[in-house]
Design a protein around this ligand. Structure first.
Ligand code: ADP
Length: 179
């Protein structure tokens, strides 16, 4: 089995509860079925290991993204596929990650679920806490989210389930010669 190929980074940005983790894990399974070795850098998991101790100030958020960008660049350099599922609210910092990885290997996916839907899902109960003021600086509530200026894929998650969303990304990877 050829576990490596052209290295690629699939960077998924979007609000909390948009569906990044869900789509990322479905996509990872699909790529693995095609013989690729996949590294999944999920925001929540990264924050318990690689970025333990960092908070949600702009500075800490940027540090978190730069660390993820660095790890992603190493994976890509060795021919792996890496999926980064992180809110990554700032355009400039996402662009830094793109530069670290190399633009030709970087696929930007905007999981663009409307905030009302994310809030209705409220998977982790965080929106309710943010609205009550128990969490400060929550993206989309009292902290900014800058939608990507030039995403490669936009998924609203309203008209397709996670499997279909992942399939859309997979088709793009195929079209770009990553699979
Ligand atoms: P995030 O990682 O962006 O914070 P999660 O993946 O943890 O978001 O949560 C998204 C929630 O939305 C999950 O409960 C998931 O089942 C649900 N969901 C509904 N439709 C979709 C879809 N098309 N794609 C992804 N998630 C979806």
């Amino acid at each position: 089995m050829n576990a490596s190929g052209p290295g690629c980074c699939i960077w998924m940005t979007g609000l909390s509860g948009a569906g990044k983790s869900t789509i990322a894990s479905v996509l990872a399974a699909r790529l693995e079925r095609r013989g690729r070795t996949v590294t999944l850098l999920d925001g929540d998991i990264v924050r318990t290991h690689l970025s333990k101790g960092l908070g949600f100030s702009k500075e800490d958020r940027d540090t978190n993204i730069r660390r993820i960008g660095f790890v992603a660049s190493e994976v890509v350099r060795h021919g792996g596929a890496v999926i980064c599922a992180v809110v990554s609210p700032y355009e400039a910092t996402r662009n830094e990650a793109r530069q670290m990885v190399g633009g030709g290997s970087f696929v930007l996916v905007h999981v663009a679920t409307p905030i009302a839907v994310c809030e209705q899902r409220d998977v982790k109960g965080l929106y309710a806490k943010a609205r009550r003021g128990e969490i400060k600086g929550f993206t989309g509530v009292d902290d900014p989210y800058e939608p990507p200026v030039s995403p490669d894929v936009v998924l609203t998650t309203l008209d397709c389930d996670a499997e279909e969303c992942a399939a859309t990304i997979e088709r793009l990877l195929e079209a770009r010669g990553f699979l």
